[in-house]
Design a protein around this ligand. Structure first.
Ligand code: FES
Length: 84
């Protein structure tokens, strides 16, 4: 089934990108362009991805990059900002 008719992206393709590590509509867009034209499919893509699919701290990281360096949970905010 097509989720993005503008670019002919199917739910299966979205699932494949998700299995490869994409967890936000923005990441799906960077991989397939889905959602970058009319935008009417973004909610459908978000629905396919589900909520809370992204590990913490990976919302802004690019797909395919190595895991970010771990930051201790007890680190002060300044240390977290420096590590980012
Ligand atoms: S349906 Fe996906 S951008 Fe238009």
């Amino acid at each position: 089934m097509y989720v993005c008719s503008c670019f002919g992206v199917t739910d299966r393709q979205v699932r494949e990108h998700q299995e490869a590590g994409a967890c936000t509509p923005r990441q799906i867009a960077s991989l397939s362009k889905a959602g970058t034209d009319c935008g009417s499919c973004v909610r459908r893509i978000q629905g396919l991805l589900g909520r809370g699919g992204c590990p913490r701290g990976e919302l802004e990281s690019a797909v395919g990059t190595p895991e970010p360096a771990s930051v201790p949970a007890h680190a002060p905010a300044a240390s977290v900002a420096e590590a980012a």
